[in-house]
Write a protein that binds this ligand. Structure first.
Ligand SMILES: [Fe+2]
Length: 147
C-alpha cells in the first residue's frame, strides 16, 4: 500500500502571521509530498512496500544499501511530527514534566531557547564540540522512532 501525504491538522492559514499559507502550501504540499513520492518510488515492488513507516525507518537505519529509503521515510515521519507540534494560538512556556525536565536538564527555559537557537544556526556552520550545549545538531536525524 502506498504511503500518502497526511493532511495538515489545521487550515493552511491557521498559523499566520508566524507562518504564511504560502509557506505551508509549499512546505507541506510540495516538500513533504516529495518525500512521500520518493519513498513510494523507492519501495514499489519490494517487500518494503508492505511495511509501516516506522518499520521502514528501523529496518533501513544504518543500512548503506537503504540510505534513500531511510532518508525519505524519516523525513516523512519528521514532517508529520513537525506539523502536529504546532497549532493556532499555540506557544507559551511549557508546563508539567516538560517544564521540569527543561529546568533540570537544560538550565531553564531561557537557556534552552538560547541553546536551541544556537544549535539551529549552527546547523549551517560548525558542529557542536565537547563541553558545548546538550542541544546538538545533526544533519541526518533519525527521528524519535530510533531513540
Ligand atoms: Fe521540510
Amino acid at each position: 500500500m502506498a504511503f500518502e501525504l497526511p493532511p495538515l491538522p489545521y487550515p493552511k492559514n491557521a498559523l499566520e502571521p508566524h507562518t504564511s499559507a504560502q509557506t505551508l502550501d509549499f512546505h507541506h504540499g510540495k516538500h513533504h509530498q516529495a518525500y512521500v513520492t520518493n519513498l513510494n518510488n523507492l519501495v514499489k515492488g519490494s517487500p518494503m512496500e508492505s511495511q509501516s513507516l516506522e518499520e521502514l525507518i528501523r529496518a533501513s537505519y544504518k543500512d548503506e544499501s537503504k540510505v534513500g529509503v531511510f532518508n525519505n521515510a524519516a523525513q516523512v515521519w519528521n514532517h508529520t511530527f513537525f506539523w502536529n507540534c504546532m497549532k493556532p494560538n499555540g506557544g507559551g512556556a511549557p508546563t508539567g514534566n516538560v517544564a521540569q525536565a527543561i529546568d533540570r536538564d537544560l538550565g531553564g527555559l531561557a537557556k534552552f531557547k538560547d541553546d536551541f537557537k544556537a544549535a539551529a544556526v549552527g546547523q549551517c556552520s560548525a558542529a557542536a564540540g565537547p563541553g558545548s550545549s546538550p542541544i546538538a545538531a545533526s544533519s541526518r536525524s533519525p527521528g524519535p522512532p530510533m531513540r
